[in-house]
Design a protein around this ligand. Structure first.
Ligand SMILES: Cc1cc2nc3c(=O)[nH]c(=O)nc-3n(C[C@H](O)[C@H](O)[C@H](O)COP(=O)(O)OP(=O)(O)OC[C@H]3O[C@@H](n4cnc5c(N)ncnc54)[C@H](O)[C@@H]3O)c2cc1C
Length: 270
């Protein structure tokens, strides 16, 4: 499939990217790893007139400790996160989740910023960042703003990002020593999750259980009251309405959420 015609601009700094976005407004889209945007363009579900390639912006490719937080540059690739020593020690859930995305080619191109900005409920990192109480740092013409992950996923593929804004950094509190677990049920090895669960401490993020990534609130409340992984996991589908599809009904996904959450909580508690 061939995308509609577009013009291509290359930005090598955040300022350059922002000024290109300001110039072209809603006609422009940022291109990070291209692993979600280019397939959409080929299907003609997206047809931006201008692509602003931000992949060359090396200043946004880092993971570093910043006080009690870990700061992750938005253009860090999934493979960067998977092999990062800071994440391995202080947020191993994120390193593990990044290493379970797609295949090696996708992990070498796809970025954390692209995954969050794309806001697909079936993606892995959004739910993991939600469970990690992440905060997203956004830059635009009027400066910087910080959006808690809990307020970032507004609906399917919908975020509060304005057309002239760029996600520049993702911050998560250090999770050093906290138990964690990640479970993802797929039909084939590199598929998207039919359902997935990311657990860190007593926080639980659900993948593909609604139009956005979700917190399993009933499970979290049960855990806070001292419930076992089995008791808390049994509540994982409370309040969810996942999509009903021929290969996975709503009831089946809810069953998977309960089973996978119990498994992830059991691993986190071990
Ligand atoms: C075959 C295949 C299998 C995959 N499997 C999985 C999987 O199992 N799990 C999973 O989680 N993901 C999966 N992915 C998606 C992959 O993780 C993508 O890398 C990710 O969703 C998008 O990141 P990207 O950097 O490629 O973004 P792009 O495709 O470049 O951009 C996606 C969207 O985000 C916007 N954007 C990008 N960066 C920024 C930014 N810094 N600020 C503001 N907006 C921005 C773009 O304008 C665009 O609208 C898969 C992809 C493919 C092709």
């Amino acid at each position: 499939m061939i995308p509609a015609q577009f013009s291509y601009q290359r930005a090598s700094t955040v300022d350059e990217a922002l000024s290109l976005l300001a110039e072209h407004g809603e006609e422009a889209k940022l291109l990070a790893g291209g692993q979600s945007l280019l397939p959409l363009m080929k299907l003609r579900l997206a047809a931006p007139e201008v692509l602003v390639d931000v992949a060359p912006i090396d200043e946004l490719r880092y993971v570093r400790l910043d006080g009690d937080d870990i700061a992750i540059g938005a253009l860090s690739r999934h493979q960067d996160l998977n092999g990062d020593p800071v994440l391995a020690e202080h947020a191993p859930l994120l390193a593990h989740v990044a290493g379970s995305i797609g295949d090696l080619q996708i992990r070498h191109r796809g970025t954390i910023g692209g995954s969050l900005a794309h806001a697909d409920s079936a993606a892995d990192l959004p739910a993991a960042i939600l469970a990690s109480e992440g905060v997203l740092v956004v830059r635009g013409p009027s400066g910087e703003r910080r959006i808690p992950a809990a307020d970032f996923f507004l609906g399917p593929f919908t975020t509060p990002l304005e057309p002239d804004e760029m996600l520049t950094e993702v911050r998560v509190p250090k999770q050093t020593g906290l138990g964690w677990g990640f479970e993802k049920f797929v039909r084939r090895a590199i598929d998207w999750a039919i359902v997935g669960v990311a657990v860190v401490g007593k926080s639980v993020g659900l993948i593909n259980m609604g139009g956005t990534p979700l917190r399993a609130r009933a499970t979290e409340e049960a855990l806070a009251s001292g419930a076992s992984p089995e008791e808390a996991g049994a509540l994982a589908a409370e309040g969810t309405s996942p999509v009903d599809e021929p290969h996975a009904s709503t009831e089946y996904r809810q069953h998977l959420a309960r089973v996978l959450t119990t498994r992830a909580l059991t691993k986190a508690a071990a």
